[in-house]
Design a protein around this ligand. Structure first.
Ligand SMILES: *[C@@H]1O[C@H](CO)[C@@H](O)[C@H](O)[C@H]1NC(C)=O
Ligand SMILES: *[C@@H]1O[C@H](CO)[C@@H](O)[C@H](O)[C@H]1NC(C)=O
Length: 180
């Protein structure tokens, strides 16, 4: 009798597990997924001064090194270093001052692309930006649209910095593996 109950129970348990597991289906690929490696270069314009800033402070800093400050940005990305050069996207997100030893920013941003076939596709960058270092490297952790399954890295180099206003133009070289 006990044995029968035990068999019944395990069969009920098995069915329940099978039903729960069924929510995930392994998809068959008609053709193997091909990854490609792409590179692009854009210039990010972070304008914190004037009447039309592209980045605004949302949390006030604690000194030193502006520790604790958080800015929200909607910064233009252009093909050339001039602000008037072709707009290809926006860098939307937050940068937060996360270091007490130097200016060390935590960047969490989406490159929202607008140019040609990339219009609407996004690349997500999360990483550390020690803004006064010559080259800063940040991981690309994902993407959407033509950048699905994206991973890679972005290297930032300050092109111009106005120490009085804080306005900066930063060159970004992005290397990204993705499927299309
Ligand atoms: C994928 O292929 C396997 C084995 O060929 C098959 O058992 C499975 O049902 C297929 N899955 C889908 C979603 O077609
Ligand atoms: C990008 O797409 C939006 C709508 O999805 C459209 O309004 C806009 O004109 C497009 N821009 C370019 C440059 O194709």
């Amino acid at each position: 009798m006990m044995q029968l109950i035990s068999i019944l129970l395990s069969s009920i348990l098995y069915q329940a597990t099978a039903e729960v597991d069924d929510f995930l289906v392994e998809l068959n690929q008609s053709k193997p997924i091909k990854e490609k490696l792409s590179h692009f270069r854009v210039y990010l314009h972070d304008i914190v001064s004037g009447r039309v800033p592209t980045a605004v402070q949302v949390v006030k800093p604690r000194t030193p090194y502006s520790f604790g400050q958080i800015n929200m940005m909607d910064d233009p990305l252009t093909l050339g270093p001039e602000p008037s050069s072709k707009l290809v996207g926006k860098a939307q997100g937050l940068y937060a001052s996360a270091s007490q030893e130097e200016l060390g920013l935590l960047m969490t941003m989406n490159f929202v692309l607008m140019a040609g076939k990339y219009n609407g596709s996004t690349i997500t960058v999360v990483g550390r930006n020690a803004a006064f270092h010559k080259v800063r490297e940040m991981p690309v952790i994902g993407g959407s649209g033509l950048f699905r399954f994206a991973r890679g890295y972005a290297q930032a180099r300050t092109h111009t910095l106005d120490l009085k206003t804080g306005d900066a133009t930063v060159e970004y070289n992005v290397y990204v593996m993705h499927i299309e």
